[in-house]
Design a protein around this ligand. Structure first.
Ligand code: ZN
Length: 686
């Protein structure tokens, strides 16, 4: 309704989106549309809330809970479009708008969260919930909404509410500053190589890419290495020049730790202090207690118990890997292993043990083939298909669009794929996000979902397609798993749509399990020039070599998870508090191998200081327990595409999201709670 009343304005963000399947009109949206649209949408959202609170009729599920659930959809849609733009095409203009918009939006939502009249009506419904004859999803919506208001301070007195609002605003703007600093530092540092000898060990692809980067930077004839992952990781793995490896790793590991305008150490300290204050205002002992209450894990003890169960086996296996590394490095007369040596000598050790070169393997993983392999798995499991759609608006010229078609021929929505690196413009890593969730409107009509997955894979060049590493391939399966969950969710209320943080990685990580199954590889892993299917012998080596290195992988990952937990489990800030001293101390106490850095060091730990994974980074491991256990459900039947198991998985988990407690949903699918054994076995840590 709200959309109709303002369709006369010229702002495409405020109009009804009538393009194919309701995708955003990317071709008509320009940065200057965002602020006015957000301001208008906030007004509309306020009017919707006002209508709920000024209703004279007694509060009930329909006039209060359902009306609240449907409010703010326009604003939500605009914010999603903006956030997506910010992460895939960040410019100075967008960054400036973001700085202006972020406090405005966060103030708006805290005002709603602290709206006493609104909470009064929600509480009125909550207090009589057992006499209303509610359906289970209505009860879930009511209970979760009520709880989330309480957790945001609805039961606090006026003074404390003010304090909380102030704290939340400060956190929001510091988090933004944190991520902008990181983007700046990552984009601005480069290593320029002008001596060809310094390229020794690097692949031809890498060298071509580095030459193109130099060309683009106005330095033709030289080579440029950046701090983005597709540049830094291969360099650390293969550059023979040890001094340069150390230089690159130093720059990488000291991002936002250079005592300049982009330094994040004080920002981190402030963020932690503010979150501590927030937990105290709300009556929790620590911020970790506050954050975990509504998760599947529920308590810090449950998280620590999982991380500790993995930590010692991971260290043990990493120690054995270090012995191998030392043996190889000794041939180069290197006695003291530097962290910048780990990946390099590990690759040599791996090549000696398994003789699989990543470059050779990559030739079987052409981007388009991997993508089709991913579609193949989705089709075998759920009968859904993905059809390419051309000529519709796309978020970036790099992006492709696909329509997801269900078994009955109906459309589940649009999936964009924007998978190639754009250093300095696109955030690093890979992710899945949405432009529009596939919810239901007031009349019970389902909206198509509009989902995007984004990556930083190597771009195709003029004479070579984009070739993915096995890691990239796994990442691609991962993000697609998120997208599939979003496309297959079938939830009546917006408020019940979306997995809790430590459940959300189950669909993505489970999907990775199919990536390297011989049966699946035979479908898609074809040599990019000859079309030859990857030889089984190479597949077996690949599987064996995949298990090699899990000690390092698990150690750097769990180290970062422990850092997240430790930082947010403090009852008070030690005085003086230096984040790097804290990092060193907590890692040393746990016996982290000194040649391994945590996967993220504190000044660039984006997940927990900006991206909402605070007290949530453990979720990947938590979900890892779930995904290995869930995959076991398929394997136990002897058929990785078992239709009954797939149907139960779709029915009990993918389509339900948060309509029930995550553990209850899992048990309905699996028949029992997850066991940690399949994970340890999968990682070779048992
Ligand atoms: Zn994920």
């Amino acid at each position: 309704m709200a959309l109709m009343t303002i369709s006369c304005t010229d702002n495409p963000l405020l109009k009804e989106w009538k393009d194919y399947a309701g995708v955003p009109p990317f071709d008509r949206i320009t940065p200057e549309h965002y602020m006015p649209a957000v301001q208008k949408a906030i007004e509309i959202h306020n009017a919707e809330i006002e209508k709920i609170v000024s209703n004279r009729a007694e509060a009930d599920i329909e006039n209060t809970m359902e009306a609240y659930d449907r409010s703010g959809l326009l604003l939500n849609r605009i914010l999603l479009a903006f956030e997506n733009e910010e992460s895939i095409a960040s410019t100075d203009e967008i960054r400036k708008i973001s700085e202006e918009m972020s406090p405005l939006v966060s103030r708006h939502f805290s005002e709603i969260e602290l709206n006493e009249k609104l909470f009064g009506r929600i509480k009125a419904v909550y207090d009589k919930k057992d006499s209303l004859g509610l359906e289970p999803d209505q009860m879930r919506l009511l209970e979760e909404t009520y709880k989330s208001f309480v957790r945001r301070g609805a039961c606090l007195d006026a003074e404390k509410k003010e304090q909380l609002k102030d704290v939340d605003e400060k956190i929001a703007s510091l988090q933004l500053k944190f991520s902008q600093n990181l983007l700046n530092e990552t984009g601005s540092w480069t290593l320029t190589i002008d001596n060809e000898e310094d390229l020794a060990g690097l692949s031809a692809d890498f060298i071509a890419d580095a030459a193109a980067r130099a060309e683009a930077a106005g330095q033709p004839g030289k080579w440029v290495v950046g701090l983005d992952n597709p540049s830094v990781m291969p360099f650390l793995q293969s550059a023979d020049n040890r001094a340069l490896r150390i230089k690159v790793l130093d720059a990488y590991a000291n991002r936002c730790n250079n005592n300049n305008a982009c330094d994040n150490k004080d920002i981190v300290k402030e963020i932690i202090a503010l979150k501590m204050q927030k937990a105290a205002i709300l009556g929790y002992e620590t911020y970790a207690d506050y954050m975990l209450e509504q998760k599947m894990a529920k308590t810090p003890e449950a998280v620590y118990s999982l991380l500790n169960a993995v930590w010692q086996p991971a260290l043990r296996v990493a120690g054995a890997e270090l012995d191998d590394i030392k043996a190889v490095a000794a041939e180069d007369r290197i006695e003291n292993i530097h962290p910048a040596d780990w990946r390099y000598y590990f690759e040599k050790s791996k090549a000696a043990k398994y003789s699989v070169s990543e470059d050779g393997i990559k030739e079987y993983f052409q981007y388009e083939n991997v993508r089709d392999g991913i579609f193949y798995v989705a089709n075998r499991l759920f009968g859904i298909s993905f059809n390419r759609v051309d000529g519709i608006p796309v978020p970036h010229p790099d992006a492709e669009a696909f329509e997801c078609i269900d078994t009955d021929g109906s459309s589940r929505g649009i999936l964009y794929m924007d998978m190639f690196a754009r250093p300095g413009e696109k955030s690093g890593g890979a992710w899945c996000s949405e432009y529009c969730d596939g919810g239901y409107d007031a009349k019970g009509v389902k909206r198509p979902a509009v989902i995007t997955i984004v990556g930083n894979f190597a771009r195709p060049s003029e004479n070579k397609p984009s070739l993915l590493t096995p890691d990239d391939t796994e990442t691609f399966f991962h993000e697609f798993g998120h997208a599939m969950a979003a496309l297959l969710s079938d939830v009546r209320y917006h408020g019940n749509n979306g997995f809790v943080r430590d459940f959300v990685e189950l669909p993505s990580q489970l999907n990775e399990h199919w990536a390297f199954e011989p049966e699946v590889l035979a479908q898609y892993a074809k040599h990019y020039r000859t079309g030859e299917i990857i030889p089984m012998e190479l597949v077996e080596k690949l599987q064996a070599s995949n298990n090699y290195g899990q000690g390092f992988a698990m150690t750097e990952l769990v180290a970062a998870m422990l850092l997240d937990m430790d930082l947010y489990s403090m009852k008070e800030l030690p005085e003086p508090f230096d984040v790097l001293t804290f990092e060193a101390k907590t890692m040393a106490e746990r016996g982290l191998i000194q040649e391994i850095l945590p996967r993220y060091r504190v000044p660039y730990f984006l997940h927990i200081f900006s991206h909402g994974y605070d007290v949530g980074y453990y979720s990947y491991m938590w979900a890892n327990v779930l995904d290995c256990d869930a995959y076991e459900a398929f394997k136990e039947t002897g058929d990785i595409f078992n239709q009954e198991v797939a149907a139960a998985y779709r029915r009990e988990i993918l389509s339900r999201c948060n309509e029930e407690d995550a553990m209850d949903l899992y048990v309905k699918f699996r028949g029992h709670e997850p066991s940690i054994e399949p994970l340890l076995k999968d990682k070779g840590l048992n």
